[in-house]
Design a protein around this ligand. Structure first.
Ligand code: PLP
Length: 400
């Protein structure tokens, strides 16, 4: 018998705000009705502001984030095209696997799990590509398995420095709507996200931002696609319709989520994620544990992957948290299984929730045998949150 709240501290699906859940509790409606566009047309625009893109196009495919990966690839590339990708975690590895399965010729760079996108190595490969054989470069902005955020702007810079015309693909599933992401300024051609992370919704929408250059490419790209055909989607989207039944509940939820992000302000959302993540990191450091991310400039503000001591099984920590304290943390994926647990800190989240996460993680670690001082992680985070709050109120007083 479980009592009280269950705690979801995984990096997606994230907590759905109560008002968003209620916004989705509406009767089924006619997706061919003359006024259906009143709901949908504003969503394309709202999503474009979250992506910080002015000239591009947004599409919503019914599916999880991975469906948007497939849509992006099959609409803009040709069978056998050479593409440049790097593996530095579970999600970047899965993206490589998908590209290979779909028939691309993938030039893979393997980097350490804990490293970011290998910008210098990308630069070297692009510089050597005299015949412009590389048609696309892929970057996983936030590697959710390792808690590493990569420098997408730097990848754009090396493309430009090498006068290279390849398309820039970005997996923004666990960054868009939570971390600084700038589609237009960074010259991103295809960005992929899903509804269940920063957008605080259930899974079910694969979301794509597509640049004008990528749209041009889609007109001649010859990879096979049917369900995910951009042209079919765009033709119907022009008036707010879809080529097949859209998940209308999710669209209502998205309206509410975008309104919430707009009301808080995207910059404030990003700053909140940084503040909360820093609190979690202070807690981890007070336990004497370290992150998988190799250095502070790579630290992700949406998820922290935490190494447990060698003689402890991280799965035991997860089991204690789940069974005894109704709390879910992310597991270690792939080679990190048993060595790592992850705290997701994105979406609809505040200081109190992060302190709860830290206090439960602390108990579970302690009971699994990690020699830490109970209260140390929570105390370190509290001190940081208190400082951050004081700094903000000084700022507010100064601004008045
Ligand atoms: C969650 C996640 C995905 C996969 O998304 P699904 O919605 O599960 O298909 C892909 N990439 C990253 C970086 C993710 O965090």
């Amino acid at each position: 018998m479980r009592t009280g709240l269950s705690h979801l501290f995984i990096p997606g699906p994230t907590n759905v705000p109560e008002v968003v859940r209620q916004a989705m509790n509406v009767p089924m409606q006619d997706m061919r009705a003359p006024d259906f566009g009143d709901l949908t047309l504003g969503l394309f625009e709202g999503m474009k502001s979250v992506l910080r893109c002015e000239t591009g196009t947004v599409m919503f495919f019914p599916g999880s984030g991975s469906s948007a990966w497939e849509a992006a690839i099959t609409n803009t590339l040709n069978p056998g095209d050479k593409v440049l990708m790097a593996r530095y975690g579970q999600f970047s590895s899965l993206w490589v696997e998908m590209a290979q399965r779909l028939g691309l010729n993938v030039e893979v760079i393997d980097a350490a799990w804990g490293a970011g996108a290998p910008v210098n190595e990308f630069s070297a490969r692009l510089a050597n590509d005299c015949k412009d054989e590389i048609k696309a470069v892929f970057v996983t902005h936030n590697e959710t398995a390792t808690g590493v955020a990569s420098d997408v702007a730097a990848v754009r810079r090396v493309l430009d420095e090498n006068f290279h015309d390849a398309l820039l693909f970005v997996d923004g599933v666990s960054s868009v709507g939570s971390l600084d992401f700038q589609m237009e300024a960074w010259g991103v051609d295809l960005v992929v996200t899903g509804s269940q992370k920063g957008l605080m919704l259930p899974a079910g929408l694969g979301i794509l931002g597509v640049s004008e250059k990528a749209l041009e490419a889609s007109k001649t790209a010859t990879m096979r696609r049917a369900y995910f055909e951009f042209a079919d989607m765009l033709k119907m989207n022009a008036d707010g319709y879809f080529p097949y039944t859209p998940p209308t509940q999710l669209l209502h939820g998205l309206r509410k989520s975008l309104d919430r992000i707009g009301a808080e302000g995207l910059d404030t959302v990003i700053a909140r994620h940084h503040r909360l993540a820093e609190g979690v990191r202070r807690g981890v450091s007070a336990w004497g544990l370290s992150l998988v991310a190799e250095r502070p400039s790579l630290y992700s503000d949406t998820v922290s992957a935490i190494r447990v001591p060698d003689d402890i099984d991280a799965r035991q920590v997860l089991r204690i948290a789940y069974e005894d304290y109704n709390a879910s943390f992310g597991s270690g994926l792939g080679p990190l299984a048993g060595k790592v647990f992850r705290i997701g800190h994105l979406g609809d989240l505040n200081e109190g929730m992060c302190l709860t996460a830290l206090s439960i993680a602390e108990m579970a670690l302690f009971r699994a045998g990690v020699p830490l001082q109970l209260g140390s992680g929570v105390g370190a985070a509290q001190a940081w949150f208190a400082d951050a709050a004081n700094a903000r109120s000084v700022f507010h007083v100064a601004a008045e």
